[in-house]
Design a protein around this ligand. Sequence first.
Ligand SMILES: Nc1ncnc2c1ncn2[C@@H]1O[C@H](COP(=O)(O)OP(=O)(O)OP(=O)(O)O)[C@@H](O)[C@H]1O
Ligand SMILES: [Mg+2]
Length: 476
Amino acid sequence: MPGPAILADMSSSPLPQASHLRKNARVLVVEDDDAMRDLLVEELSDAGYEILAAANGRAGVDAVLNNAVDLIVTDLRMPDLDGFDLIRDVKATKQAPHIVMITAFGSIETAIKAVKLGAYDYITKPFEFEELLLVIDKALNDRKLHKHIEHLQREVEGKYRFGNIIGESDAMQEVLALVTRVSTSDAYVLVTGESGTGKELIARAIHYGSARSTKPFIAVNLAAVPAQLIESELFGHKKGAFTDAHSDRSGLFQQAEGGTLFLDEIGEMPTALQAKLLRVLQEGEIRPVGANQVEMVDVRVVAATNRDLEEMMSRGEFREDLYYRLNVIDIRLPPLRNRVDDILPIAEHLLRLHADKAGLDTPIVLSSEAQRLLLAYRWPGNVRELQNTIERGIALCQGGCVEVGDLPQAVHERRDINYLATAVARKLSLSELERDFIVLVLDDEGGNKTRTAQRLGLDRKTLYRKLEEIHGEQNK
Ligand SMILES: Nc1ncnc2c1ncn2[C@@H]1O[C@H](COP(=O)(O)OP(=O)(O)OP(=O)(O)O)[C@@H](O)[C@H]1O
Ligand SMILES: [Mg+2]
């Protein structure tokens, strides 16, 4: 038996890292002929795969149900469930392995039927052993790639799953309820909100929550495309339509066919083009630049802007009819400072994500003082700024706790500008307000209690008593 010789041949295999691939692959051999089965088992084991064997189709299906099998090499003619039945039964299982069918010489119809039923490939008897190894390795490689793509796809979808949009405030709860409702419809949506409030995240959630989720989600930032190119970018162009149009090119509407087109910064759309966009939204048809004919498209449009479109309308910079067409459903994302209840949950969500990624058993925490600064800050950059702040905190912190000193200067400086407003939003009592104030002043005095007492107009004893109360509360 040429075992070692085959192993030596493998180095010239056209598939890279075959030995690694084989070590992690479980191959099931289904063959009723004892001598042939033994031979296959021995050869394939020698080649480096992990091998299971079954003497008939029924036993083969059982083996698939009870083990994680990556690939099956099967004979066609077998008593008790033949190769075709095996393919049918195996293909109905979850994570079905690839199947390579061994067929008799000259029976091309059989081979075609096997592939039609879902076999990955076939090999005709008599065959060289290397030939079989090549087919198996190709199938395993393919499966690995497939799994990888599925994993990436799940990751992308997971990222925009509802669970990853944090919103505990009443305002965000309303937004999320609206998102759920609009996902089931095909209505155009306009998402508005300051920079960094999560407009794109919401647009993606609408897409991935809709029946269009398996079709493309295409995003374009109109502020980033030169005005003279927007039309061809959106609708495509014909060869020769303008100087640089060397060939036909499809636009984003065509690329988003069946899915969702996210028109970010819609306020930047030149007025001349607004009329053309309106026609697309009304008629469902586009005309590529330089084309004589229109094309039908099936695309849901979600638009977003951080500009005040109503004000732009009053100045004649945005078409009223387009506004009402886009704005069938209006999702307004409040700035983060107006939904203080979301600040710590988002921060904690980010810390948990970091822990998952870094393989930490427990997430990094925020000191209570750091939490207070985060709550009091105005967040002009909204959730994106909070994200940057937390990432920075994670990078700087020592000992698993983000302290005040790990937060950027801006968060310190502006902590009191909006403090009273947030105190109202947080429904603080007078004693809680006093507690916060004492802690902030103490921090400002670098922990010096004498100076803190002087500044607060308290005697030292009273300050100590109050601090003890505060600590007692915190340790509760
Ligand atoms: N409610 C939320 N929960 C969790 N993450 C959020 C939330 N809102 C926003 N984010 C995150 O904050 C970042 C900014 O969000 P996004 O890009 O959607 O904002 P935007 O409104 O489109 O901003 P811009 O106007 O600057 O384009 C993203 O990384 C997003 O994942
Ligand atoms: Mg955006």
